[in-house]
Design a protein around this ligand. Structure first.
Ligand SMILES: *[C@@H]1O[C@H](CO)[C@@H](O)[C@H](O)[C@H]1NC(C)=O
Ligand SMILES: *[C@@H]1O[C@H](CO)[C@@H](O)[C@H](O)[C@H]1NC(C)=O
Ligand SMILES: *[C@@H]1O[C@H](CO)[C@@H](O)[C@H](O)[C@H]1NC(C)=O
Length: 651
């Protein structure tokens, strides 16, 4: 144990041992020369370190124990678990039970002479070097507790500066990672239900941060594999349950394996996010999106199955004329009836396109690729992460073979949720806002809806999926008994847009100019000229701006054109929609005053931040939000200023 010198005397023993653990993880994950095919193990050790940090944050572990939220009767147990974890971390691969150096160590001090044969992989491989130097940057570094405990460990001078792998034993390191995970599970099980809830929220945000810092597909695959290690382990866990009642049930052969699997949720979350983000990053690139790849991230379908989303126009029977519901997006009911299969009641969302030139009515091949990719994502999304997007069955080109009528548009075909009756039509939030004689939903329901919508956007942005068309006509509900019985806590988000390629002026896909949708768009992306953003494409903060408008509509329970008293919005001039942001943020106009008086300061803060944009989230105006260091700040602050605020409201 550390020498309780004068400088360290004020630091509690709990904090010293905890810091030892954090340092131990740091040494192992920093150790040089780990072979590149075992990086997932390093990732796993790192995620265990973050689990420990998140846990410590919840129980307010700090230099002094006076804030510690662990009952005093459990403190000895806590010390014991931390101490065992600490020993394991510092002994592993170097020392035996009696703290003597192993004759054949796995790890040695970096710089220490080692007279064994050099490891086979120690060649001056560029991958090994690069991986070594970039590794820590793939995980959040901003946490105060991480910095504090590493700073303490540095002062205590009992730890080696750096380690390197002398030989490598994959099975032993897997075993280590699983044991450490077991200790962290044990610590988690010491929490009460309120603390467990806070821990789940905290871990989800850590996972989102990790997602922001890992953009390349190789890294995402490592994250996925590292998280999967738990699942395997959880299945086998029966043999050493730490809970006496569980252990008893297991001994009787009564313990349910399913239940054990649910325990692994936080890491399943990371696995699911990494899987989806890898799919999202690879799907538009046929060279990367291969069967080997889908197999690697354990998707249930082959690459060609996932990409085959084209449906035949003749299997689709449109049921009604196009209904306009206050926006440029038309949604129609239809029946999908492929040969030799059952009929499915579906709805169609249209995506119109401009043919690239006058000689053809076919779409630009790039557009076709992107529509396919979007349909495939919306189809797969059902099987992996949810994102509250409805399940897509595929798309078709709206071209009638018999009459040769061509509408120059694609139809995305969506299946209704299992909970809804097949004849139930989707109800858009926009239509509910203007429904005759419909009572305004309770403040409780409205805050809940705001909270769910912002959390969904947070999750979409965590995997870098931009929606690009958020507006109240794209928020859908399914209610078998009509608008009076809508469940506001079960919205679906639809109307996803695809990236419009902009190669040169005449190839650029121009969406139809429409003030009804521009009113939801940030001024930088209004009009047809620069729909995808002037500089560097569409940005997350533009989605966040649109969310701000929707939140405002929910607060007022009125569509934005009524809030702003814009008459005949569809035929309004661009100057009208361009002024919207400025008007809303202007104190003299009184929109924020209305929110303050009717919904309170928190909602003012939330809506204000969304409308204000990057600066409200600690990001410079005009920053490239695709850069990792910007993305990570935006992601964290969006939780702090929006999702966390709404989630914490009790009304
Ligand atoms: C859980 O523990 C915290 C901190 O000790 C305490 O404030 C809270 O009331 C406890 N909650 C429950 C449900 O016991
Ligand atoms: C804009 O949207 C409105 C409402 O859906 C629709 O009536 C109108 O035709 C659209 N305008 C254009 C130019 O597409
Ligand atoms: C997708 O979602 C639909 C409706 O929610 C459900 O009926 C269907 O079974 C799901 N498909 C898969 C493969 O999970």
């Amino acid at each position: 144990m550390a020498d309780p010198g004068t400088m360290l005397a004020v630091v509690s023993l709990t904090f010293q041992v905890f810091s030892g653990c954090v340092k131990g993880y740091q040494l192992l994950t920093d150790a040089k020369h780990m072979p590149s095919d075992c990086q997932y193990l390093r990732v796993r050790l790192k995620t265990e370190q973050h689990r420990l940090l998140d846990w410590a944050d919840i129980v307010r572990l700090a230099e002094q124990d006076d804030q510690l939220l662990i009952s005093s009767s459990s403190k000895w147990l806590l010390m014991d678990v931390l101490d065992q974890q600490n020993k394991l971390l510092h002994q592993f691969g170097r020392l035996d039970e009696k703290y003597k150096k192993l004759s054949k160590p796995l790890l040695v001090d970096d710089g220490e002479d080692f007279d064994g044969p050099p490891p086979a992989y120690e060649a001056n491989s560029p991958t090994v070097q690069r991986v070594d130097s970039d590794f820590q940057r793939r995980f959040p570094q901003s946490e105060a507790l991480l910095k504090k405990s590493l700073a303490w460990a540095k002062k205590s001078a009992q730890y080696p500066r750096r380690l390197k792998w002398a030989t490598f034993d994959k099975a032993k390191i897997e075993g280590l990672a699983l044991k450490l995970g077991g200790f962290n599970d044990f610590l988690r099980d010491m929490l009460n239900s309120t603390q467990l809830e806070s821990l789940a929220i905290k871990q989800t945000r850590t996972e989102f941060q990790i997602m922001q810092l890992n953009n390349n597909i190789g890294n995402l695959v490592q994250l996925f594999q590292s998280a999967l290690l738990t699942t395997k382990h959880e299945r086998r866990r029966g043999s050493f349950s730490t809970n006496p009642v569980k252990a008893f049930l297991q001994a009787q052969g009564l313990e349910d394996i399913e239940e054990e699997n649910q325990v692994a949720k936080p890491l399943k979350g990371l696995a699911a996010l990494a899987q989806f983000k890898a799919l999202h990053s690879a799907i538009e690139n046929p060279e990367e999106f291969t069967d080997d790849f889908t197999c690697l991230i354990k998707l249930e379908h082959t690459a060609s199955e996932i990409r085959s989303v084209e449906l035949s126009r003749k299997d689709i029977k449109l049921l009604d004329q196009e209904v306009e519901d206050g926006s440029d997006l038309q949604r129609v009911e239809a029946i999908y009836h492929p040969p030799h299969s059952r009929k499915t009641s579906v709805w169609i969302e249209w995506k119109t396109f401009d043919p690239p030139n006058t000689q053809t009515s076919n779409p630009d091949p790039k557009i076709l690729e992107r529509v396919k990719a979007l349909a495939a994502l919306l189809k797969e999304n059902n099987r992996t992460e949810h994102f509250r997007a409805p399940h897509c069955l595929g798309y078709f080109r709206d071209y009638d073979m018999e009459t040769e009528e061509d509408h120059c548009r694609f139809g995305l075909v969506f299946e209704k949720p299992a909970s809804a009756h097949s004849t139930t039509r989707p109800l858009s939030l926009h239509s509910l806002l203007t429904w005759q004689n419909l009572d305004m939903p309770s403040l409780t329901s409205r805050i809940k809806l705001m909270s769910i919508l912002s959390e969904t956007l947070e999750r979409l942005h965590a995997v870098n999926w931009l929606h690009k068309g958020l507006r109240s006509s794209n928020i859908l509900f399914f209610s078998d008994s009509g608008p009076e019985d809508v469940h506001y806590d079960a919205p679906y988000i639809s109307g996803f847009d695809y990236s419009r390629p902009a190669t040169n002026e005449d190839m650029t896909e121009k969406p139809p100019e429409n003030a009804s949708s521009d009113v939801y768009r940030h001024p930088n992306v209004q009009g047809s000229r620069n729909r995808d953003g002037v500089h560097g494409g569409f940005k997350k903060s533009y989605d966040i701006y649109s969310l701000g408008i929707i939140l405002l509509e929910i607060a007022y329970w009125k569509p934005i054109e009524d809030i702003l008293a814009i008459k005949d919005l569809p035929n309004s001039r661009p100057s009208v929609t361009l002024k919207v942001r400025q008007r809303l943020l202007d104190d003299k106009e009184g929109y924020m005053k209305f929110l303050r008086g009717n919904l309170g300061e928190r909602v003012v803060g939330v809506v204000g931040a969304c409308l204000e944009g990057p600066r409200a989230f600690g990001v410079e105006e005009g920053s490239d939000e695709r850069r990792e260091e910007v993305g990570v700040v935006l992601q964290r602050m969006f939780f702090e200023r929006v999702v966390g605020e709404l989630g914490g409201m009790r009304v």
